[in-house]
Every structure is written in C-alpha cells, then in structure tokens.
Design a binder for this molecule. Structure first.
Ligand SMILES: [Zn+2]
Length: 241
C-alpha cells in the first residue's frame, strides 16, 4: 500500500512545464533554471498547497475531484509557481553552482540502480516556531554523510534565511543487482545548533530499483519530511509530529 500526495505530481509537472517554457522562450529575465532552483520552486508551491492524499498500489490511481475545483487548484499552482520563481531567482542559494544538468557526479549508464528520491523538509525553532537559519543540516546513512547526485546539492546543507528553514537533498543513485527490487533505505537527518539539543530524525524510504539511472528532475520523486523542531536542552522531546 502506498499513500500518495497527488498534489505533488501536479506541482512537479506544472513547475517543470513553466521552467521549460521559460527556457524555450529565450529566458529574457535571466531566471536560473538549474535543478536546485526548480526544486526550491517546487518546495515553495508544495509548502503552500494543501496535500491531496490517495491510497494506491501503483501510481496510476486517480482521485475523483470536481472539475471546477481541479481547475482552480491548477490555477493556484501556476500563480504560486510564478511567485516562487521570482522569489527564488532573486534569492539564489549562494553556495550552489546553479549549473543545471552539467557537473554530474555520476555518468548516466544503463545499469540497474535505486533512484533515491529528492528529500525535502523544514527546520524550525521549537520555542517560537521561527525557521532555523545559519545552521548545517546533514543527511546520513549508516553513520556516513550521503553523497549527493551532483554538485548543485550540498551535504551538509546550510539553512539560509530567505528559504524559511527549508533543506533539500538529492542522493546519488545506489547500484542494484537488477531492476524491480524492493528495498527500504534508512536515513537520518542530523542538525546541531548552539543553544539547542542535537536533532536526529530517523526515517525510511522504500525504493524499487529501476533498470537505469534517472537524471530527469521531472521524473524523480520527492519525499517531504514532517516539519522538524529544535529545542534547548532539557525540554520536552517531541519532533516531527
Ligand atoms: Zn539555480
């Protein structure tokens, strides 16, 4: 069984479509169309759109929604996407190369791999619910820092003030024996900040191996973590609920 947010697919498709249109139209405004800026835009919209969950065995299931509601949702996504593109283009992450598809860490090869989804989340101060900034967030697996898909992604990821506590990781694919294998991958989000207790958030991502490396952002999945909260030492322990 799979619980699936169909709003997510719609948002990825719409944002990809808008970025492709910008690129095809000559991009007079000089908007950065790299994968990181695309993902930041997807997250911007995702964090402002109500989720629409369905339960499915395969991705093909559909929700029965009033066409008028669906149309309105589509329009809202487009408005938010344009708003997000503007915001993100004016506040680009300074430590990313914004190199688009260039600078790949891994060659595209026809070998079976687990394409690990993009992992996104937000980190807040648990005392006043303000977004954390200026701190490093790490993605770890088996105690090690996870290698990212290309140089546009950084691990540790630094929380910058204008991204509202948002972090994102796109791990490099993991080699598989063959396609169609099911495996659970365990990860930890780790964050340290002066005056706060260390945060360790464990989670699992089930992945089915593919026959080849997927380098196309629009085809990739996104795993959105629950909002994470950091607290000073000695406080109550609740996070990510
Ligand atoms: Zn960029």
């Amino acid at each position: 069984m799979n619980i699936h947010n169909t709003a997510e697919e719609k948002i990825i498709a719409k944002v990809t479509e808008i970025f492709e249109a910008i690129a095809a139209g000559g991009n007079a405004e000089g908007i950065c169309t790299c994968d990181q800026c695309r993902l930041d835009t997807v997250c911007y919209v995702l964090n402002r759109t109500p989720p629409r969950y369905i339960v499915s065995n395969r991705g093909a299931a559909r929700t029965e929604t009033d066409p008028l509601v669906r149309q309105q949702e589509g329009a809202d996504i487009v408005t938010l996407a344009h708003e997000g593109i503007k915001q993100i283009s004016h506040n680009q992450r300074p430590h990313f190369s914004h190199r688009g598809a260039a600078g790949k860490a891994v060659q595209e090869e026809a070998q079976p791999v687990f394409n690990i989804p993009t992992i996104v989340g937000r980190m807040f101060n648990g005392l006043d619910f303000s977004p954390m900034s200026g701190i490093q967030v790490e993605l770890r697996r088996g105690g090690e820092l996870v290698v990212m898909k290309d140089y546009n992604w950084q691990n540790p990821c630094v929380l910058v003030p204008n991204t509202e506590g948002a972090f994102s990781f796109w791990p490099v694919p993991i080699p598989a024996q063959s396609g169609n294998l099911h495996e659970n991958f365990e990860f930890t989000i780790k964050a340290e900040a002066p005056g706060f207790e260390d945060l360790n958030h464990f989670f699992q991502i089930p992945v089915i191996s593919d026959s080849q490396f997927s380098n196309t952002f629009s085809m990739s999945r996104i795993v959105k973590l629950p909002d994470l909260y950091m607290f000073p030492p000695g406080g109550e322990d609740f996070q990510g609920v």
